[in-house]
Ligand binder design. Sequence first.
Ligand code: SF4
Length: 212
Amino acid sequence: MNKAERVMLIRQVLNEMYADAYCELYHTNNLELVIAVLLSAQTTDAAVNKLTAKLFLKYKTLEDYLSVSLSELESDLKTIGLYKNKAKSIQGLCTLLKDRYQGIVPSTRKDLESLPGVGRKTANVVLSVAFNIPAFAVDTHVERVSKRLALAKPQDSVLQVEKKLMRSFKRDEWNHLHHQFIFFGRYHCKAIRPECPSCPVINICKEKNKTI
Ligand code: SF4
């Protein structure tokens, strides 16, 4: 099977398995989305959702995050990893949003990446989910699946994976495919004990330790 055929098969399988894939991070506005994505670094979406279900009841505006001490915010985040860094980033991010962006989450990569705690992956998620701007955010699931399915090489960096995915798929497919790759990696092609015996793309998979 050549590359174009493999890409077509992957697209078809993902559309059959996860037609309704979506952003599973709970949020009701763009500020909550940025904060939820920031909190999700090296943490599961489930753990973030458990935290934000309470957090977003207490903190509804930028000012709410800025009106408490850093130690109080840290204490409110302490159920997740890296909570001290994340609390600091959230207060820095809220300060910058207030001072430079009139309290509104910006819609360009450059502006988003100028915010504390917001790197390329977070910016990609915000661009695609909040503003429907094509972007292909590569998280741990997208990276693993891309490498197992030979869309990227094992030694590729996250940025190289992102660029290869953007070249492999059409621009207007990136946003939905990003969620489909995450669903495939989270529920089927899991890091440990993937569902290989029932996998519809087993014939093109490069994973050496398939569970068959
Ligand atoms: Fe993932 Fe296994 Fe399918 Fe390969 S065969 S893509 S490792 S579930």
